[in-house]
Ligand binder design. Structure first.
Ligand SMILES: Nc1nc2c(ncn2[C@@H]2O[C@H](COP(=O)(O)OP(=O)(O)OP(=O)(O)O)[C@@H](O)[C@H]2O)c(=O)[nH]1
Ligand SMILES: [Mg+2]
Length: 329
């Protein structure tokens, strides 16, 4: 199970410990003076980006977490212990929204990034603090303040440079396996991919790290929840560039020209700005008999540059690599 969205996660930071009311009581020392210590600070609720955590499944099964409360102050001027922080490891790319307002509260975009989502309460003051020349025996203390709390929705939006979009069976996962270190499942039937796969295409000083995201295929009327719907498009929202992968084998009476129109139409239903991303249109399966003819028909309808490849014989893959570097610079 791959979980990329969990709603209504109840989170709470720790309350500050109360200040203590106490006086020194020692033999032969009458009126020993105030010695109530301060309360400890409440623990913070902290999020840390962890590249080894791949999804949000943990929160599906445990949709709540709280940090520890601070301990109350004690006599003899002792401070209460601070409450332990609660640290939640989340996948890189997690966006946190307030469930009530829908406003974004935080975003984790890097491994090791640390965000205090909710601050623990302050410890209260013990009566020792209030001692002064005019008040030698204060009976005043303050309570610890409450920690922050709230209900949040966690949404994982994968961070990749390039997103692959296309109809099911177009060869997105095959291409991902050829260009990157990822090993997604590949099969000759639609909806083989059921969640996002991210692969590293390169990691060099010259080009930096280039990540490619392979998502499940989109079909016509996906915005009406046909097929797997559009919910996986959140994983390409943050990509710099898109690769439109068109299946030129066009078996089962597919129409590549129509496929491209449909994909763009579905993307625009999700978010028009996806269509404004830098992109390349790639004709796959050019090894197939009839692919050339299908491409000719495609070109009559769409006046766009098309890069021809075949994952079966690796034709055009080097050129596509170069194009991807260009698009992601
Ligand atoms: N002849 C030929 N077959 C290809 C080529 N690229 C992919 N295939 C085949 O097409 C089929 C589908 O490939 P996938 O990579 O699983 O397709 P996908 O786009 O990831 O499909 P979904 O995950 O269902 O959206 C597999 O049988 C592949 O072997 C190609 O260039 N030429
Ligand atoms: Mg696939």
């Amino acid at each position: 199970m791959f979980v990329d969205e969990v709603k209504n996660i109840g989170l709470k930071a720790g309350k500050g410990g109360d200040g203590c009311l106490s006086f020194r009581r020692e033999k032969f020392i009458p009126k020993g003076g105030p010695n109530g210590g301060d309360g400890g600070k409440g623990g913070d609720l902290i999020l840390i980006g962890d590249a080894n955590v791949s999804d949000l499944v943990e929160f599906r099964f445990k949709p709540h977490a709280c940090a520890r409360n601070g301990q109350p102050g004690m006599g003899s001027g002792k401070h209460g212990k601070n409450g332990a922080d609660k640290i939640l490891s989340v996948p890189v790319g997690t966006v946190i929204f307030s469930s009530d307002s829908g406003d974004m509260a935080a975003e984790i975009t890097a491994h090791g990034q640390r965000i205090v989502l909710l601050k623990g309460g302050m410890g209260g003051k013990g009566n020792e603090t209030f001692k002064s020349s005019t008040n030698q025996a204060p009976r005043h203390t303050t309570p610890g303040t409450p920690g922050g709390e709230g209900i949040f929705d966690f949404v994982l939006k994968t961070i990749a440079d390039v997103g692959l979009v296309g109809f099911p069976n177009a060869g997105k996962s095959t291409l991902t396996s050829m260009l990157t270190d990822a090993t997604p499942k590949i099969a000759n039937y639609p909806f083989t991919t059921l969640h996002v796969n991210v692969g590293v295409m390169c990691d060099t000083p010259e080009h930096g790290k280039v990540l490619i995201a392979d998502i499940p295929g989109i079909i016509n009327d996906a915005h009406k929840n046909r097929g797997l719907g559009l919910k996986f498009l959140k994983h390409i929202e943050r990509c710099k560039a898109l690769v439109y992968l068109i299946d030129m084998a066009a078996v089962d009476n597919r129409n590549p020209a129509q496929d491209f129109s449909d994909i763009k139409n579905e993307l625009s239903h999700y978010d028009e700005s996806l269509l404004k991303k830098r992109s390349v249109v790639v004709a796959n399966k050019m090894d197939w008999a009839g692919a050339e003819e299908n491409l000719r028909i495609f070109r009559r309808k769409h006046r766009v540059d098309v890069l021809q490849i075949s994952c079966a014989n690796s034709a055009g893959l080097e050129e596509l690599r170069r194009k991807i570097f260009e698009l992601t610079q």
